[in-house]
Design a protein around this ligand. Structure first.
Ligand code: SF4
Ligand code: SF4
Length: 190
């Protein structure tokens, strides 16, 4: 059986494709490495969502638990046009190197399973990283399973993120609304 290291960025896109990969006979091991998720409490929420997913699924996962804001800002040209490309490359490169060092047969990423990521760019960078590091990239397109994953995630009551991850995507998501400003606020009695 082929041992696959699957980069996971939260539980949202994981649920349905994981079953498909298993049906193919792959033994899937998760890897949480996401210095692009900001701010700190959001990072912790998404990491926790994967841990909660594990409570009802036998998948083993290795976590990079350190909050990677500085690493992200050092590695990604966030002022340039290709911020997301840099971000994909950072995460896929570290995943590929970890997969090689730990003796996995191949690597993949839940980024490929999302309708909201630049699929072709993730694919292209995954293939480049694969050649550079010397480990196969198991390319899959499971975007058609997004709805199914969402339903499973909601049934399991997993945290659902509302923006891609970085502080820039958070800004893009909320810049035109004030609706969320008051959500979750409690008025403390004096
Ligand atoms: S692509 Fe987005 S929704 Fe999908 S697993 Fe990654 S962070 Fe979660
Ligand atoms: S929008 Fe998403 S993929 Fe693009 S840089 Fe931010 S976290 Fe990374």
């Amino acid at each position: 059986m082929e041992n696959l290291l699957l980069h996971i960025c939260c539980a949202g896109c994981l649920c349905a494709p994981l079953e498909e990969l298993r049906k193919e006979g792959l033994h899937v091991h998760g890897y949480f490495y996401n210095p692009n998720i900001h701010p700190l409490l959001e990072f912790r929420r998404r990491l926790k969502a994967v841990r909660i997913f594990q409570e009802s699924d036998p998948i083993k996962v290795n976590y990079c638990e350190e909050y990677g804001l500085s690493e992200y800002l050092d590695e990604v040209d966030y002022k340039g046009d290709n911020r997301c490309g840099d971000c994909y490359r950072l995460r896929l490169s570290v995943t590929a190197r970890y997969a090689k060092d730990q003796g996995f047969d191949a690597f993949c990423s839940t980024l490929l399973f999302s309708e909201h990521q630049d699929h072709e760019q993730v694919k292209r960078i995954g293939c480049q990283v694969s050649e550079q590091v010397g480990i196969p990239f198991e390319y899959r397109d499971y975007r058609h399973l997004c709805d199914c994953s969402r339903k499973i995630a909601s049934k399991k009551m997993l945290y659902k993120q509302s923006y891609c991850g970085c502080i820039f995507s958070e800004f893009e998501r909320y810049k035109d609304t004030t609706r969320h400003v008051y959500e979750g606020w409690k008025i403390e009695k004096q």
